[in-house]
Design a protein around this ligand. Structure first.
Ligand code: NAD
Ligand code: DAU
Length: 336
């Protein structure tokens, strides 16, 4: 039996939020989900297709709208807050919506949670810790100092600080999770893995930034969902939990795996201009989450998870085709 029976999921029409909603509906039969999503360019109601009406209510709205929150939050017993502007490259070209949604939006949600004494789980990122050198023997832990590099990660770090303060000052029942790079179905095609898959399907060369040696710590989005649920249910109030599945790989390795899987030569790609301020390496030590809450990832083979993800984009061209030209035009303007 779940502790929370009616949860508000912000950003539930985006990549990770929608995968989480599907996970909850499939795994927690006594839980009802209210999704609040502004349907920005990254949100898609189709991501929630197939969910029975009696399990989910969809509300089209903005997390910065305090009046709307005052109406919704009293009706739920927990908030799982995914909504954000999430793409680093966009934050470099225009940080404005990042400050608004990630900082002000989190503030408004915290205020609504405080007014109703509602359990609050905040979804954050490993990027708040900055980056590691390629040869650093350490990985990020819950004690690593914050050192964000980009407009995106600095707004996520700011939102984490708000959550910590609302716990300490007002005693709000909060937890924070900082997860590494997700992959899987329904990720927007501006992101690295789906961009390259859809480039190859479209006959466009895949694009690799810088020297291709930047490392990301990949986790399947389904494992992110199960970890968030474990923290929502069993996490200690005021605590932070890092989520990761020991999936470190550099970008060149990932791109070559995609090319190989799709029947292309491993050097069939283009080097492009690097991202300004590009973080070198992320790596998560998730010992606390595993020890305290007994969580383990289910997707332990990156190659299998990647093959399923490629198959999903091949089978769901209708889902991404209409945005492909605009995404590539934007990258072309930035020389990427
Ligand atoms: P996404 O960009 O795919 O989806 C974001 C969703 O939030 C969209 O549905 C969008 O419409 C919605 N949204 C944006 N602004 C809103 C607003 N003002 N009000 C209401 N809804 C709004 O993002 P994602 O990749 O699914 O990331 C989800 C969360 O997970 C973010 O908080 C992100 O920082 C965090 N995260 C992402 C990753 C990753 O690898 N993608 C890793 C760790 C943490
Ligand atoms: O670490 C968690 C973070 O992971 C999340 O907080 C962010 O929301 C999410 O977008 C992701 O950030 P990254 O910047 O790591 O992801 P992105 O998919 O943009 O890029 C992954 C790596 O691939 C990065 O080193 C940049 C590189 N890259 C990206 C694109 C789009 C390329 O080489 N070529 C590309 O075309």
């Amino acid at each position: 039996m779940s502790t929370y029976k009616n949860i508000l999921v912000t950003g539930g029409a985006g990549f990770i939020g929608s995968n989480f909603v599907h996970w909850v509906v499939e795994n927690e039969p006594d839980v009802h989900v209210v999704v609040l999503d502004a349907l920005t360019y990254a949100g898609n109601k189709e991501n929630l297709a197939g969910i029975p009406e009696d399990r989910m209510e969809f509300i089209h709205g903005d997390i910065c709208d305090a009046e709307l929150l005052a109406d919704i939050v009293p009706r739920v017993d927990a908030i799982v807050h995914f909504a954000a502007e999430s793409h680093n490259d966009n934050s470099i070209s225009d940080p404005t919506p990042f400050v608004r949604t990630n900082v002000e939006g989190t503030f408004q949600l915290l205020e609504a949670a405080r007014a109703n004494n509602t359990r609050f789980h905040h979804i954050s990122t490993d990027e708040v810790y900055g980056d590691l050198a390629l040869d650093d023997p350490n990985r990020f832990t819950e004690e690593t100092p914050y050192k964000p590099s980009s407009p995106y990660s600095s707004t996520k770090a700011s939102s984490d600080m708000l959550v910590r303060a609302w716990h300490r000052t007002y005693g709000l029942n909060t937890t924070i999770s900082n997860c590494s790079n997700n992959y899987g179905p329904r990720q927007h095609i501006e992101k690295f893995i789906p961009r390259q898959i859809t480039n190859i399907i479209s006959g466009i060369s895949p694009k690799l930034y810088g020297d291709g040696k930047n490392v990301r710590d990949w986790i399947h989005t389904e494992d992110h969902s199960s970890a968030v649920w474990a923290i929502l249910e069993g996490g200690r109030s005021g605590e932070t939990y890092l989520i990761g599945a020991d999936g470190e790989k550099n970008n060149l390795e990932v791109l070559r795996a995609i090319l190989k899987n799709m029947g292309h030569a491993e050097d069939d790609f283009e080097w492009v201009r690097d991202r300004p301020g590009h973080d070198r390496r992320y790596a998560i030590d998730s010992t606390k989450l595993r020890r305290e809450l007994g969580w383990t990832p289910k997707h332990t083979s990156f190659d299998e998870g990647l093959a399923d993800t490629i198959a999903w984009y091949e089978a769901n061209e209708d889902w991404w085709r209409s945005s492909k030209d605009a995404v590539e035009q934007k990258y072309a303007q930035a020389g990427q």
